[in-house]
Ligand binder design. Sequence first.
Ligand SMILES: [Zn+2]
Length: 188
Amino acid sequence: MKRLIISILFLLALPCTFAFKQDLSQPVQLDWETHFKGKADMRSPFFALTAMTWKYSYESTVYRNRVVIKLKNEVSIDKNRSWVKWDKIKDPEVRASLLHHEQGHANIQYILLLEAERVLKNRNYSVNNYKAQISDLANQISSFFDTMQRNYDDETEHGGNHKMQARWDEIIQDKMDESRAALAELQK
Ligand SMILES: [Zn+2]
């Protein structure tokens, strides 16, 4: 019997502007005071930046030619690297809209968490190759959601395009519902 623990961390930082145990049940609810403690980058044209991490680790046990994986999977907001330019969000409407946009990033990260949980656990790994298989899957998941985060920023113009923001609100909500349902199905 062989036991091994592997831990990997992905970082993602998303700058935003505006013209204005891990809990699997719901995404973290952002608020300015709690989650944006970092020092603002004054050279950045953006009003806020949300930095998030995804961390997974696993314990593997190989026994009689079978590999059993115990997975730990968590996302978090990196408070000390997330910042907001307080002088830019004095207007209550801007303040609320920008936070709403930032919440979208946290919600997408929550979808990543659900999908990683579903995909990484629902797999039969090969004894000889499981480390590479897990790392490949994790990289695919990470790059898929990086792209989604960037598309979200591009298409909503970092929250400034209200029509596209409303469309993305729906896309994100639908994806959350889908991923929740798929994971619940798996855990039955
Ligand atoms: Zn953004």
